[in-house]
Structure formats: C-alpha cells, structure tokens
Design a protein around this ligand. Structure first.
Ligand SMILES: CC(C)(COP(=O)(O)OP(=O)(O)OC[C@H]1O[C@@H](n2cnc3c(N)ncnc32)[C@H](O)[C@@H]1OP(=O)(O)O)[C@@H](O)C(=O)NCCC(=O)NCCS
Length: 186
C-alpha cells in the first residue's frame, strides 16, 4: 500500500532526486506548506522525524504536485467519544494516533482526486503497516478551516465534538481506524 497509482499520477514516498520546489498553492496563508516541502521535508524524512508521501505526474515522475506528511501523535478524547466497544477497558484520556502533519495539493492540480488519494493512502498505511505492529487506533489532523468539509465529506473524518474545538481555528478531526477497518470487512 505504500505506493499507488491513478492513471495520471503516481503516489509514493519522496526520495533523493525528487523536485520538491515549485509547488503553487495560491493564497499566501498556505506558504508554510510550500516552505516545509522545500526546506524540511526531505531532511525530516531521512531523519525519521516525519515521513512524506508525494503525488507525482506520470509524465514527469520526479515532479511533485501534492504531498502528505505523517508523524506519530495522540488524541485526547472523552471516553464516550472514543467508544472503543463495551468490552474494552482503557483508562487513559490520550489515545495513540498517527497525525497528518501536512497536506497540500498544487492549485493547478486541485479537484482531480489527489488530496483524497493522499489521505486514503495514509489511512491504508496506518491500517496495514502500523496498526498490526504498534498500538495505534486513530488518525488525526489539526484541520485548516477551509479543509474541514473536505476531511468530513470526502475522507470520513469527524471533528472532535467539544465546544472549544468547534470554535478553534485548527479543529481537531479524527478517524477511528479500527472501526473503519471493521466496517470495511463487514
Ligand atoms: C484540501 C486539499 C488538500 C484538497 O486537495 P484536492 O486534490 O483538491 O482534493 P480532491 O480533488 O481529492 O477532492 C476531492 C473532492 O473534495 C472536494 N474538495 C476539495 N477541497 C475541498 C474543500 N476545501 N472543502 C470541501 N470539499 C473540497 C473536491 O471538490 C472533490 O469533490 P468531488 O469528488 O465531489 O468532485 C487542497 O485543496 C489543498 O491543498 N488546500 C490547501 C491546503 C490545505 O488546506 N491543506 C489541508 C491542511 S489540514
């Protein structure tokens, strides 16, 4: 699952030789997403501080047009919201999670399913590569306000239902991987 391809794009981990400059995100408020890719993504990737997966055009296989960065994280949930199933006694407020630290798609390539595929790739990596080996139940993201409906409607995330979170400028959103996997297999 660590690599997938749609007809026009290939999705895989970044590697030496990839062109990580030139991402165009339009609005200046997204500049940190561009800067991270240019300056930090490869260094963090190699130092195991973050792992970045890119979308590359099939015609220029080293040209990145979208990316997602994953790190370890956790999520604080009210127990009833975590809803692990009646049989599970856990006893902590913080639950193990993988965090989507960054997600961006070049504005010239928006609306072609790249964002959705990158998030689905991340969910598949967590479900198939992480969960079988390390305790990890959720995928989380501190969503930008403009992307809340994308996460909710397109890739099945739920916003943490607290008043503070709803009012936050970076609402926490999550997917319960275990539940999602059960739903897929039933
Ligand atoms: C959010 C983002 C990653 C989506 O990438 P994308 O490649 O354009 O998304 P997709 O093409 O996979 O979108 C699939 C669907 O979601 C819809 N969609 C895209 N952005 C959306 C948004 N912000 N809100 C609601 N729906 C959205 C598309 O219209 C499309 O719908 P359709 O399948 O019914 O036609 C991209 O818009 C982006 O880079 N935004 C700026 C940075 C950002 O907000 N990053 C998130 C940080 S938490």
């Amino acid at each position: 699952v660590a690599e997938t391809s749609e007809s026009d794009f290939v999705f895989r981990q970044i590697k030496p030789g990839d062109r990580l400059v030139g991402l165009s995100l339009g609005d200046a408020k997204f500049t940190p997403l561009k800067t991270y890719l240019q300056r930090n993504a490869a260094v963090h990737h190699n130092a195991n501080l973050a792992k970045t997966y890119g979308s590359f055009t099939s015609s220029h296989p080293s040209r990145l047009v979208g990316y997602i960065t994953l790190v370890c994280g956790q999520i604080e949930l009210q127990r009833e919201l975590a809803d692990l199933g009646q049989e599970v006694e856990y006893g902590y407020d913080h639950y193990p999670a993988i965090k989507i630290a960054r997600l961006a798609v070049d504005r010239r390539y928006k609306g072609r399913g790249i964002g959705q595929t990158l998030v689905k790739l991340a969910l598949a990596i967590v479900r198939n590569e992480v969960c079988p080996h390390v305790g990890c139940r959720f995928v989380v993201v501190d969503a930008k306000p403009e992307s809340v409906s994308f996460y909710e409607e397109k890739v099945g995330f739920t916003a943490l239902a607290t008043h503070e979170n709803r009012a936050s400028d970076r609402p926490v959103m999550f997917v319960d991987i275990h539940r999602a996997a059960r739903a897929m297999s039933s």
